[in-house]
Design a binder for this molecule. Structure first.
Ligand SMILES: *Cc1c(COP(=O)(O)O)cnc(C)c1O
Length: 396
């Protein structure tokens, strides 16, 4: 059998390559940071990590992880409900709820699992899920696993959401689900308007704060802080794998009864291993740091404003952003790849995105700003964009 299957696979792989969609992985030989070393020994400035707060290689988190290795061991070799719950897992769940102003939290191996395991236990064919068209793949997959009726609305389009809510009135329960920040444009979901529509049409709301937690809002509490809706949203999901240290781990946080039922019925929670003690302990430490100060958010917001203002002044077309994601619009797919390659030659690591990751003729370079970036890093990046932009006749 495998001979036949092998030629089928080879053909598939060929098609991916022919379409110019083959993903090659660049190898990094240093910790994640503003400055990284790539495999050939070259040092480049990193503008494509989700390391928004610069915590991926933070000393305090590494020390907390090392300490937990001694006090709690390397792994727990169990799911939570058998013997995989340590004191620090409960502490981390409390820290998450405290951070978001919610009632309780439940940990998963990743946010992909949190989203995969949130819908099916809560809703059935009598219910409705109203999902933003640009929601993350894990939300789409999670919705697929659930029998609820599906209604899709155009990205952040409140007219469309209202129309879908009207259609969904026959269903028993309605849940609107949205990313907090959309990863390709950096735009924030209009949660104030979503919440108002939810009130008007008797629906619940779920927000995935993966790209917004730690980033959006004066103190980084995410879009619920930004729109003064702390404690009002039924379900929040998020990751420990982006701003919050970048290791691994996901969570769902929100109303107590929802979390209670997920603990009983959510399959990625019931049938998958607990997160390592090191990750739990470093997570607790990270949330302690967030309680003490919001200096990282202050720096991140200042860095983003600095970058966007200067890039616009130079003549680049940047999508309006309310996050640390800056989409430098080039529209042309080939141009985006050429630009990314030339920027890497200049020591700036960024990624060009094009169809089908973004709509056709909407190719762009996505720049991700971090609190780990110093002004000199931002200046070097802007200088490189200016040089390459002139070479490619994008700016004067
Ligand atoms: C990154 C991301 C995820 C997945 O998070 P992991 O913890 O890496 O699985 C889920 N949802 C959104 C919106 C994301 O951006």
């Amino acid at each position: 059998m495998y001979q036949e299957f092998k030629s089928f696979l080879k053909n598939e792989l060929n098609n991916i390559e022919q379409a110019g969609l083959y993903k090659n992985e660049r190898i990094i030989s240093s910790p994640q940071g503003a400055l990284i070393k790539v495999a050939d020994g070259k040092e480049v400035l990193n503008f494509c990590a989700n390391n928004y707060l610069g915590l991926s290689n933070h000393l305090a988190l590494k020390n907390a992880a090392k300490q937990a290795l001694d006090t709690h061991g390397y792994g727990v070799s169990s799911v939570r409900f058998i013997c995989g719950t340590q004191d620090i897992h409960k502490q981390l769940e409390a820290s998450i709820a405290n951070f978001f102003g919610t009632e309780d939290s439940i940990l998963y191996a990743a946010c992909f699992d949190a989203n995969g395991g949130v819908f099916e236990p809560l809703l059935n064919e009598e219910d409705a899920i109203l999902s933003d068209a640009l929601n993350h793949a894990s939300i789409i997959d999670g919705v697929r696993l659930c029998k609820a009726q599906r209604y899709r609305y155009a990205n952040a389009d409140m007219v469309d959401l209202e129309a879908q809510l009207i259609k969904a009135q026959a269903q028993r329960f309605r849940l609107i689900v949205t990313d907090g920040v959309f990863s390709m444009d950096g735009n924030v979901a209009p949660l104030d308007k979503i919440y108002a529509l939810a009130e008007k049409y008797n629906a619940m709301v779920m927000v995935d704060e993966s790209h917004s937690a730690g980033v959006v809002g004066t103190t980084g509490r995410g879009v619920t802080e930004r729109f003064k809706l702390r404690g009002k949203i039924e379900i929040i999901t998020g990751t420990l794998g982006k701003a919050f240290g970048g290791a691994i781990g996901g969570f769902t946080t929100g109303k107590k009864e929802i979390i209670d039922l997920l603990r009983q019925r959510s399959r990625p929670y019931l049938f998958s291993n607990s997160i390592p003690p090191m990750v739990a302990a470093a997570g607790i430490k990270m949330f302690e740091m967030m309680e003490e100060t919001n200096e990282l958010q202050i720096k991140l917001h200042a860095n983003t404003a600095y970058f966007v203002e200067r890039m616009k002044a130079i003549g680049f077309d940047i999508k309006p952003t309310e996050s640390a994601i800056c989409a430098v619009m080039l529209y042309d797919a080939k141009l985006s790849q050429e630009m990314a390659t030339r920027l890497l030659d200049e020591g700036i690591y960024v990624i060009g995105f094009y169809f089908p990751v973004v709509p056709k003729d909407q190719a762009r370079i996505r720049v991700q700003i971090s609190a780990a970036h110093e002004t000199e890093h931002l200046d070097k990046c802007i200088k490189a964009f200016t040089k390459v932009g002139k070479e490619l006749n994008l700016i004067q």
